[in-house]
Ligand binder design. Structure first.
Ligand SMILES: CC(=O)N[C@H]1[C@@H](OP(=O)(O)OP(=O)(O)OC[C@H]2O[C@@H](n3ccc(=O)[nH]c3=O)[C@H](O)[C@@H]2O)O[C@H](CO)[C@@H](O)[C@@H]1O
Ligand SMILES: C=C(OP(=O)(O)O)C(=O)O
Length: 459
């Protein structure tokens, strides 16, 4: 079985560079479907399994895509299908974000209910409510959603019952080409929403207020391709900050934007970690003895749920008792059972986990139950006595570029063992190579000859 092996006890030092943000690049690539003319050139695109999945989704809909040197070029003058392939949509939550662009661009879409990390029921009612308010007719059945609109979508006033990141993004993209103005109230405020709005505006869109709870989108008739640099991944940055702190290390997280990490930084400071912010990154210096703190996850600018499990790893080695409360997803404590295999003292009580810190962690065989759980287990393993084997790597590969190589460069004793020796050579070469060395890849649809142009019904 493919696994990561960590031998704990090394203090991390040095510099680690943060890649482009997964949760920003995925909606941005979906939004590139909105451009009827010109190529989009997206820079700082991380080499992640989720990025491969979204580019395959785009290719299946008719987009032409190349990827080289962390730059993805997307051209979608013709949309050839209104049906997003089930086997891709079920892999990843963000693939559902093609629904808004397809509805806006061609007025028709058939898509399955999305997959993604199994951290809760993750309904999509707020996305659908938004599209319906804009005039889409939606039918659901047998795990599929079909939506269509006989005319261009209409601008609407939409209030989200929950400040959903995905619903805000999907509606924002649909509204960009709608007839009239859309307002999204109780919109999500995450930095990834702002990045998407900046990209849509670079394409000729008119989005105002992104980053606040009220976003106003004036629809335009057409959008064009644009060049855009993806923001650095705040969750990846936060993960390396925790990795540094848990080993009592001294690490410069290059590219991390402190403004995007305010709640994480402030919790680390409360625990006694020294944080030095600068224009091009964040330096993390940790004492060997840290204090317990309570943490409650909330939508941005609250403490991010995507950092909850990594923070729990750090609390395991801090003096005192902490209460970690998860309010965003109802099933995001699956890492607790895995931590317990490493001798952690944690008790779950409803939406809270009570962590008794300071108990020595020991290496164990553990499994990544979701993406961030996997990262958190690696963090804990860096501190644990002895060797830890982490399996379930398909989760980690969705969201971390070369995590073993990056941690090893900081002095961690960590390596990846592939299932079969032959695949090891190939996979490691791709994962560890700087992306600039990777050959450009062109993704094309299988049936290039049978191009079916899907015209909007109102064209
Ligand atoms: C690809 C991506 O960007 N993923 C992120 C995105 O996921 P995602 O966009 O799926 O998360 P949401 O913000 O939509 O979910 C937040 C909460 O709202 C609920 N909800 C959501 C939509 C809806 O229609 N109805 C509803 O009830 C969800 O079940 C959840 O309890 O934001 C999450 C919250 O910061 C992060 O953990 C994910 O990493
Ligand atoms: C939950 C996450 O991703 P997704 O929404 O794609 O499942 C995550 O990035 O931590």
């Amino acid at each position: 079985m493919t696994k990561i092996i960590v031998r704990g006890g090394q203090r991390l030092t040095g510099t680690v560079r943060v890649s482009g943000a997964k949760n920003a690049v995925l909606p941005i690539l979906a939004a590139s479907l909105l451009a009827t003319e010109g190529d989009s050139v997206i820079c700082d695109v991380p080499l992640l399994d989720d990025v491969m999945t979204i580019q395959n989704v785009l290719a299946s809909l008719g987009a032409q895509i190349t990827y080289n040197n962390e730059t993805m070029r997307v051209s979608a003058p013709i949309i050839t299908s209104f049906e997003a392939p089930y086997e891709l949509i079920r892999k990843m939550r963000a693939s559902f974000l093609v629904m808004g662009p397809l509805l806006a661009r061609i007025g028709k879409v058939r898509i399955s209910l999305p997959g993604g990390c199994a951290i809760g029921t993750r309904p999509i009612d707020q996305h659908l409510k938004g599209f319906e308010a804009m005039g889409a007719e939606i039918t659901l059945g047998q795990g599929f959603i079909e939506a269509s609109t006989p005319t261009r979508l209409k601008g609407a006033k939409i209030y989200l019952d929950v400040a959903s990141v995905g619903a805000t993004e999907n509606i924002m993209m649909a509204a960009a080409l709608a007839n009239g103005t859309t307002t999204i109230e109780n919109a999500a405020k995450e930095p990834e929403i702002v990045d998407l709005a900046n990209y849509i505006n670079a394409m000729g869109g008119k989005v105002r207020g992104a980053g606040t709870g009220m976003i106003r989108i004036e629809g335009v008739e057409r959008l064009h391709g644009a060049k855009h640099n993806v923001i650095p991944d705040r969750v990846e940055a936060g993960t390396y900050m925790i990795a540094a702190a848990i080993t009592g290390g001294d690490v410069f997280v290059e590219g991390a934007i402190a403004d995007h990490l305010t709640p994480v930084i402030s919790k680390l400071q409360e625990m006694g970690v020294d944080i030095i912010e600068s224009d091009n990154g964040i330096r993390v210096r940790a004492a060997s003895q840290l204090k317990a703190v309570d943490v409650k996850t909330l939508p941005h600018p609250g403490f991010p749920t995507d950092m909850q499990s990594q923070m729990m790893a750090l609390l395991l080695v801090s003096e005192g008792t902490s209460v970690v409360t998860e309010t965003v997803f109802e099933n995001r404590f699956m890492h607790v059972e895995q931590f317990q295999k490493m001798n952690a003292n944690i008790r779950v009580d409803g939406r809270s986990a009570i962590v008794t810190g300071g108990v020595p962690l020991t290496g164990a065989k553990v499994c990544a139950t979701d993406l961030r759980a996997g990262a958190a287990l690696i963090c804990a393993a860096l501190r644990a006595e002895g060797e830890t084997e982490v399996t379930g790597l398909h989760h980690i590969d969705r969201g971390y570029v070369n995590i073993t190589g990056k941690l090893a460069s900081l002095g961690a004793q960590i390596w990846r063992v592939e299932e079969e020796a032959e695949t090891a050579a190939a996979v490691n070469a791709v994962k560890s190579a700087s992306v600039s060395e990777a050959a450009p890849t062109t993704y094309k649809r299988d049936k290039e000859v049978a191009v079916l142009k899907v015209q909007p019904t109102w064209a």
